[in-house]
Ligand binder design. Structure first.
Ligand code: KIV
Ligand code: NA
Length: 263
């Protein structure tokens, strides 16, 4: 695989091609995912749940994320490394800039931040300084206590319209990529069509430009209830490398997500 950059993702979007993304928290799994052709690796704050065993992503610190970013960066190969800003990194613009700088120094190539239209100023300041941003909308796990659980967002027309407007506002502010989590498939497709930048989905239907899942979920090692949008690719694979390859191929050939994985 040639080195994946933001231009690569934009070219996929322009050509109507899909791309695959997967979380990675260390060098070995990052290497395996990259070898499988997975274009984008995310050091997600989901590490708070799948690595640390917390009930939410809120306890994850900047230091935790930086450590895993340094680890994943050593194995990422040609894949693009996206990294999550942890809970409350967006408390002030100054903190947003400093925390993003720490992530970039640790090896991030794209930072992801949760937040609606009000994040526009922060995103503008980051992009002005050469830090590319992915804006995470829909179900934002850092606000799970306000949302009252991990629930599908944008089911009602007014809320769907709001998510679309927020996405447009954040792209106008400079966001290079939008990530949509847990929205109806029709909304995922409508937002993807309305925007010129690549849109990555998780539980957002088959109509987005990219798909992302949590590594532990596709390997079937997540304990407890797994969400509807997850597929265990280990079930039919002989080993982890093959499971990553099957996932990548399924996204590229648009056989994943199927209707059963969508809202
Ligand atoms: O933290 C994470 O893994 C994420 C993805 C689920 C999109 O934000
Ligand atoms: Na996250």
């Amino acid at each position: 695989m040639k080195t994946v950059t933001l231009s690569t993702l934009q070219a996929f979007k322009n050509a109507g091609e899909t791309f695959s993304c997967l979380t990675a928290y260390d060098a070995s799994f990052a290497h395996a995912a990259s070898q499988a052709g997975i274009e984008v690796l995310l050091v997600g704050d989901s590490l708070g749940m799948v690595l640390q065993g917390h009930q939410s992503t809120l306890p994850v610190t900047l230091e935790d994320i930086c450590y895993h970013t340094r680890c994943a960066a050593r194995g990422k190969g040609a894949s693009l490394l996206m990294v999550d800003l942890p809970f409350m990194s967006n408390s002030t613009t100054e903190r947003l800039l400093e925390d993003s700088a720490a992530l970039m120094r640790a090896g991030a190539e794209l930072v992801k931040v949760e937040g609606e239209a009000w994040m526009a100023d922060g995103i503008r300041e980051l992009t002005r300084r050469g830090v590319p941003v992915c804006a995470h909308l829909g179900l934002t796990p850092q606000t799970v206590y306000q949302l009252g659980g991990y629930k599908v967002q944008g089911r009602e027309t007014a809320q769907a319209q709001q998510i679309l407007e927020d996405a447009k506002t954040l792209v106008d502010a400079g966001a290079s990529v939008i990530l949509l989590e847990c929205v109806p498939a029709a909304l995922g497709q409508a937002i993807t069509e309305a925007l010129d930048v690549p849109v990555i989905g998780i539980g957002a239907g088959a109509g987005t430009d990219g798909q992302i899942l949590v590594m532990h979920d596709i390997l079937g090692v997540t304990h407890g209830r797994t969400p509807r949008f997850v597929k265990n690719f280990m079930a039919e694979a002989g080993n982890i490398q093959e499971a990553f390859e099957h996932y990548h191929q399924a996204v590229k050939q648009r056989t994943f997500p199927a209707a059963e994985h969508c809202f």
